[in-house]
Design a protein around this ligand. Structure first.
Ligand SMILES: Cc1cc2nc3c(=O)[nH]c(=O)nc-3n(C[C@H](O)[C@H](O)[C@H](O)COP(=O)(O)O)c2cc1C
Length: 132
């Protein structure tokens, strides 16, 4: 199983990026090719983990990289893992506008089985936002 983690910055055109439409396309496509992971959007940046078979992850990542709704994509890690670290759901997501939502707690739950460095990446992402 291959796991990729990347960060990118949302590009707002005439309309702001609509995370719900990204999420629904991702859920549909990822379920079909057995890709799992997590997509985190804080209103400005995306942090995503993708897990699946090499060929499927490559193909999906190539499509994501070409998406004009984000830019400055940086691959943070690419690892071979024995079992999926983000569980079996297709995509998890946090609405940045949701109030009363403890991002740090939710990240901890989401990454409970992830490798320490992957968990640390997600945790620091949530903390930066909270301090802002
Ligand atoms: C931040 C971000 C994350 C995305 N994640 C996924 C993903 O996990 N899976 C996926 O199929 N498409 C993802 N997309 C969307 C793809 O770039 C592309 O628009 C989509 O796969 C096209 O699918 P469709 O032809 O079925 O609409 C993502 C896009 C962005 C901007």
């Amino acid at each position: 199983v291959r796991q990729l983690v990347y960060i990118s910055t949302a590009v707002n055109g005439a309309l702001p990026v609509d995370p719900a439409s990204i999420l629904s396309a991702s859920r549909r496509n990822n379920a079909r090719v057995r890709i799992t992971g997590a997509l985190w959007f804080d209103g400005k940046r995306f942090l995503q983990a993708l897990e699946g078979e090499d060929a499927q992850v490559d193909e999906t990542f190539r499509r994501i990289q070409a998406d004009p709704r984000h830019r400055a994509l940086v691959l943070l890690s690419s690892r071979e893992i024995a079992t999926r670290e983000f569980g079996e759901w297709a995509m998890a997501y946090r609405d940045p506008r949701a109030e009363g939502d403890d991002a740090v707690d939710r990240i901890a739950t989401l990454t409970a089985k992830a490798a320490p460095e992957v968990r640390a990446t997600f945790e620091s992402f949530a903390r930066i936002r909270r301090a802002a």
